[in-house]
Write a protein that binds this ligand. Structure first.
Ligand code: GLC
Length: 447
């Protein structure tokens, strides 16, 4: 029993230390980067794309061999099956555009070390080692630019296939950094040269690092890497997986309940369980769930980076297309409540997601499901000029209840939501206020 408890504690510590490194606050001074973060803050939605040889057999991206679900040799055999035969970057970007996303992040190289561009650093690539025989990144980034979508490059710091990289599988290391500093230096030169190739060839607006947890900032030379990327493009945004030298935080899969204290953050999330294409994984989230989650993230000041995993031939699974298109239709209808909005009012005033227009004179309430009836807002110290259903623009009536003439505490706002005005997924109400939102959040009659 005691052994079991100890074991669980160990697992807990291991995982909590991993997640600390993932969400840990950045060293970057928010004032110095706030200008370049503007587009990111307004973007709200990005599409993450995990594409690699792991889609051939439909196994865990890179982790399949690391976790010894298969041998490294068997994993790398998937190189022979990566064809990109139906890859149509215009179709990809059309779909991304249709979802309403303002940026996309594609895996230029995952932990397995296979580059999706023509790397000159003598390591695996889809150009030299797969029947696709091509750099699949260039046409994708060109198309993104054409359609005015910001270009993000995921880049794994970890490279478990590289002979000079220390870690290989979960229970085997090639060497330790402190025992062979020259070898580590060789790897560092290699990875930084690859990164320069990505920066110079694709000029990403955003670098999305991954895998920083295997080494510290000094070992990765995070500060130097950051400075180098910014010297090439001072406006580039760097995600928070560079051991503290990024611009924003990247919680993964787990939805925060309370509002995170970070200036900028982005929740990355899969539509089924896995990042890459896996034919056995049919645990799809529904459009309704994704939309509710998206509204929730935006209401707390975050972005959603929603993942798709194309097949080896470059086709995108139907279920993922469907989610992106449904989300896109909803976004189009509710554009003003989401894009360019700022985080809404605290829970307690309203029990659901909310956002505000930038000048705070419009309050948006997000209603889950098909419920008709009355909804209530507490502690809103504003006169309401009008209430509209976003999209249909139908006007709704409201009544202020329980306002006591001698008290500074605002009354309760009751809004009538009749049958028939609901959106299929999430209905949004727009409250036009008399002045920027003013909230009373005191103790009511206890004061
Ligand atoms: C992780 C995983 C990886 C995935 C990524 C996406 O850290 O290592 O497989 O690409 O998160 O956020």
């Amino acid at each position: 029993m005691r052994v079991l408890i100890l074991y669980r504690l160990l697992i807990f510590l291991l995982f909590s230390s991993i997640s600390f490194s993932v969400v840990g606050q950045q060293k970057t001074n928010p004032d110095s980067i706030s200008k370049k973060m503007t587009w990111f803050q307004d973007a709200k939605l990005g599409i993450f794309i995990h594409w690699g040889i792991y889609a051939v057999n439909g196994v865990d991206e890179s982790w399949a061999f690391y976790n010894k679900k298969m041998t490294w040799e068997a994993y790398m055999k998937q190189l022979n099956g990566f064809t990109a035969s139906k890859y149509n970057p215009t179709d990809w970007v059309n779909l991304i555009k249709a979802s309403g996303a303002k940026y996309a992040v594609l895996t230029t190289k995952h932990h397995d070390g296979v580059a999706l561009w023509n790397t000159n650093q003598g390591h695996y690539s889809t150009v030299k080692n797969t029947p696709a025989k091509r750099d699949v990144l260039t046409p994708f980034y060109q198309e993104l630019r054409k359609q005015n979508i910001k270009a993000g490059a995921y880049f794994s710091l970890i490279d478990w296939s590289h002979p000079d990289y220390p870690a290989f599988m979960k229970d085997s290391m090639r060497y330790k950094v402190k025992d062979q500093p020259a070898k580590w230096q060789k790897f560092r030169d290699f990875y930084q040269s690859q990164l320069n190739e990505v920066a110079d060839q694709f000029k990403p607006d955003l670098f999305w690092f991954d895998g920083d947890w295997e080494h510290n900032a000094e070992e990765w030379e995070s500060e130097k890497v950051r400075a180098n990327l910014l010297s090439k493009n001072p406006g580039a945004i760097i995600n928070g997986r560079l051991m503290g030298y990024g611009d924003y935080d990247t919680p993964e899969q787990n939805v925060p309940v309370t509002r995170p204290k970070y200036n900028w953050w982005e929740l990355c999330m899969t539509i089924n369980n896995n990042w890459g294409f896996q034919h056995r994984d049919t645990n799809w989230k529904t459009p309704s769930q994704i939309i509710a989650l998206f509204a929730d993230v935006v209401s707390h000041g975050g972005n959603l980076l929603l993942d798709i995993g194309p097949k080896e031939d470059g086709t995108i699974p139907e279920e993922q297309r469907n989610v992106l298109l449904e989300l896109g239709n909803w976004n189009k209808k509710h554009e003003r409540a989401i894009f360019g909005s700022i985080p809404g009012i605290a829970l307690g005033h309203f029990y659901g997601p909310t956002t505000l227009s930038k000048d705070s004179t419009k309050l948006y309430l997000f209603l889950q499901g098909q419920t008709a009836g009355q909804i209530m807002v507490k502690g809103l110290d504003n006169a309401i000029q009008s209430i509209k259903v976003v999209g249909s623009e139908q006007e709704l009536s409201h009544k202020v209840v329980g306002k006591i003439s001698w008290s500074p505490v605002p009354g309760l706002v009751y809004i009538d939501v009749p049958q028939g005005v609901q959106d299929k997924y999430m209905t949004v109400l727009e409250l036009q206020l008399d002045k920027p939102v003013k909230l009373y959040s005191g103790r009511g009659g206890f004061e």
